[in-house]
Design a protein around this ligand. Structure first.
Ligand SMILES: *Cc1c(COP(=O)(O)O)cnc(C)c1O
Length: 385
């Protein structure tokens, strides 16, 4: 073996390899965000951990959420539900995208509560012959999932007639709770209450009623009922336009400077040269790109932080790398580059990226990944093994 070139360098050493880019998940922030929701709503919380916990890690987030007082976990698919059970998590789990072709038998055998929005799925559950707990999904104005009002009677009647299906809950989803005007949300609450009354009149006794998402939980007390389903708020996304609730972003994304070069005024940069330096300047290379979920549009207005200073991303973002214009700042190879961090510290957060790239923070967070490493910490209690 050849000797490393600089084995004693304090600045860099291949003897201490570090991932090129890392998502650092702060479980202290998730716990504090759940604390904020509990303070505000005083209502049991269903922690939404779908899509790998919005990119934060489904099992790790589920564990922290339950330790922080969440009563339920919510996910979209049967596979996600089974992943929770395989990890030994035995808390109540609601799965809202099951259809007749999913592995309903496995889900029911693992005590997953299945959401049904139509008679077909209800029948697919019933024919299995084992007792299954079901929450019925009503459409109260979102016009996405859920039984429309014209189908409530047939859905409720089929549920009452089935001996193996136990309807333990009734729920719906809000379309406009992030808006300042509450009228549309109030209309959904009224529709939901009509649905509940109809279900009871037909002989159902749904114990758990739930309607609120994060925005409902934070801003609309009339949507709380028995359970609030929170995703975004757990991860520190402030979804309500113009309102803050002291939530903290739970993910930090860091990389480092791997190359640096001085260029002169007039030099075109990256594919198509769609950015041209207007003055002599220094560019640095950061080894993450759209293959890791960095949106290409970030090169039109996106910024990163190096040594506490914001610098613009310039030139087309590549699959594996992006370029930052640091001007005349002194930047050294190996310097940390903060892509996402704490807005309180002046660092970009997923909402800022969303505003720059024309999307929402949820899409930014669930899109990140690729070759990035992920590390779990707890700012108050040290690293989680
Ligand atoms: C994703 C989802 C949620 C979480 O919504 P947030 O706005 O992220 O809190 C809640 N309920 C259902 C059914 C969902 O699909």
């Amino acid at each position: 073996m050849t000797q490393p070139e600089h084995p004693t360098s304090a600045v860099y050493s291949s003897l201490n390899p570090t991932p090129l880019a890392t998502r650092i998940v702060d479980h202290g922030a998730i716990a504090r965000n759940i604390g904020r929701i509990r303070e505000i709503t005083a209502t049991p919380i269903l922690a939404v951990v779908k899509a790998d916990g919005f990119g934060h890690g489904i099992i790790e987030v589920a564990t922290t959420a339950l330790r922080s007082g969440a009563a339920w976990l919510g996910i979209a698919t049967v596979d996600e539900a089974l992943a929770l059970r395989s990890a030994g998590i035995d808390a109540p789990v609601l799965c809202w995208l099951a259809d007749p072709w999913c592995d309903l038998r496995a889900a029911i055998a693992q005590d997953v509560t299945i959401s049904c929005a139509n008679v077909e799925t209800l029948e697919a559950v019933a024919v299995l012959g084992c007792t299954a707990e079901v929450h019925l999904e009503l459409d109260t104005g979102m016009s996405r999932g859920g039984a429309g009002e014209e189908n409530w009677n047939s859905l409720f009647t089929a549920a009452v007639a089935s001996s193996s299906v136990r309807v333990t809950g009734l729920w719906s989803h809000l379309a406009l709770a992030t808006h300042a005007e509450p009228e549309a949300t109030t209309a959904q609450v009224q529709s939901f209450e009509r649905g509940v009354a109809r279900a009871r009149a037909l002989g159902l006794a749904p114990g758990v009623l739930h309607l609120a998402n994060s925005a409902g939980a934070l801003e609309h007390p009339d949507t709380w009922f028995d359970l609030v389903r929170c995703g975004a708020a757990l991860y520190g996304i402030e979804t309500v336009v113009g309102r803050g609730h002291d939530l903290e972003p739970a993910m930090r994304v860091v990389s480092r400077v791997t190359q640096r070069k001085r260029i002169s005024a007039g030099t075109g940069v990256s594919y198509n040269h769609d950015w041209v330096a207007s003055a002599d300047t220094t560019l640095v290379l950061v080894p993450v790109g759209y293959g890791d979920g960095i949106p290409r549009d970030l090169s039109h207005g996106g910024e990163v932080v190096i040594d506490g200073v914001r610098h613009p991303v310039v030139g087309a973002i590549s699959m594996d790398q992006l370029i930052v214009d640091v001007g005349d700042a002194v930047v050294t190879l190996g310097d940390e580059v903060v892509l996402l961090g704490s807005p309180a510290a002046g660092e970009p957060d997923p909402q800022e990226w969303g505003a720059v790239t024309g999307t929402i923070a949820h899409e930014i967070l669930t899109g990140l990944g690729g070759r990035m490493a992920r590390r779990h910490t707890n700012q108050t209690q040290g690293t989680i093994p």
